[in-house]
Write a protein that binds this ligand. Structure first.
Ligand code: PEP
Ligand code: MN
Length: 296
């Protein structure tokens, strides 16, 4: 890590990991229903990019729950690059999300784009998602300080990690310390993928911050074939979970179909992740012994 970062944490001190002379490491655990994000479990959040209709969301919710996801994602308010693209179902979409939670017991994460929508979305959501385009919407971040729900904050597509942590600081300063950071790929000169997954961001963020860090491999990849490999990479670098797009029929999705997995692809990916998760768990259990032996 760039050594110049040392001593420059004052602009994000509320979310920075305090220096731990005693060796004790402080971590924020974000509690959502019976989940503890940032503790020992690897939490997978999955679902469609956008809520399109009841049937699409309910079938997806059942499928991702059966494959081991614990949180259902789905946008009811969609930030689209084109003003002519589908903008989301709004409150109707939130009601469908609530029904899916009732039927499956999955927690709900959904995006909020404007401070004016915070109260209504907080009535339906278990986690409020701030998208990449909104990371620097400080009026929204401040409003989320008092929303009463954890916030999933995505990294801005052109944001440095310092800017990302400053955005998290705004939410914490406004009164909400329950924040999950999400690396979703950044803009680089590379065009083979939609964005470039900054895999180094995960260990850097986990070193300098006490907040949980998850990875969105879907928006990083832009194509579904690469999503499982990026998910394995996320496990290997110590991410606390994933946010993955899944659709019953990706070819017909109203948004982000190219990067969405179908149900079989998602189940296979979850199965294939198991040995990597077991290895990560083993490494975690071994770590204290390594420290004691002086070989950290
Ligand atoms: C999304 O999660 O569907 C989304 C719009 O993500 P991002 O803000 O990362 O583009
Ligand atoms: Mn999407």
């Amino acid at each position: 890590m760039n050594p110049k970062w040392n001593g420059q944490f004052s602009c994000f001190d509320l979310v920075a990991r305090p220096a731990d002379a005693s060796g004790e490491r402080v971590r924020t655990v974000v509690s959502v229903m019976d989940l503890e994000i940032g503790a020992n479990d690897f939490v997978v959040m999955a679902g469609p990019c956008a809520v399109e209709c009841e049937h699409q969301l309910l079938t997806t919710a059942e499928a991702v729950a059966a494959a081991g996801a614990r949180v259902l994602r789905g946008g009811a308010y969609k930030p689209r690059s084109s003003p002519y693209a589908f903008q989301g179902l709004g409150v109707e979409g939130l009601k469908i999300l609530r029904k899916a939670r009732e039927q499956t017991g999955l927690a709900i994460v959904t995006e909020v784009m404007s401070e004016e929508d915070v109260d209504v979305i907080a009535e339906y959501a278990d986690i409020m998602q701030v998208g990449t385009r909104s990371m620097e919407n400080y009026a929204l971040l401040e409003a989320l300080g008092s929303c009463g729900c954890p916030v999933l904050l995505k990294r801005g597509m052109t944001a440095t990690l310092e800017e990302f942590l400053c955005a998290a600081q705004v939410v914490a300063l406004a009164g909400n310390p329950q924040i999950i950071l999400c690396e979703r790929g950044i803009r680089t000169f590379e065009t083979a993928t939609r964005n470039t997954l900054d895999i180094a961001a995960i260990p850097v963020l986990k070193t300098v911050s006490h907040l949980p860090v998850i990875v969105d491999p879907s928006h990083a990849a832009g194509v579904r074939s690469i999503v499982p490999a990026l998910s394995r990479a996320a496990v290997a670098v110590g991410a606390d979970g994933l946010l993955v797009e899944v659709h019953p029929c990706p070819e017909k999705a109203w948004s982000d179909g190219n990067q969405s997995l179908d149900f079989t692809e998602f189940r296979n990916m979850m199965d294939d992740l198991q040995p990597y998760l077991a290895l990560q768990q083993e490494a975690r259990e071994l770590r204290p012994r390594l420290v004691v032996g002086g070989a950290d």
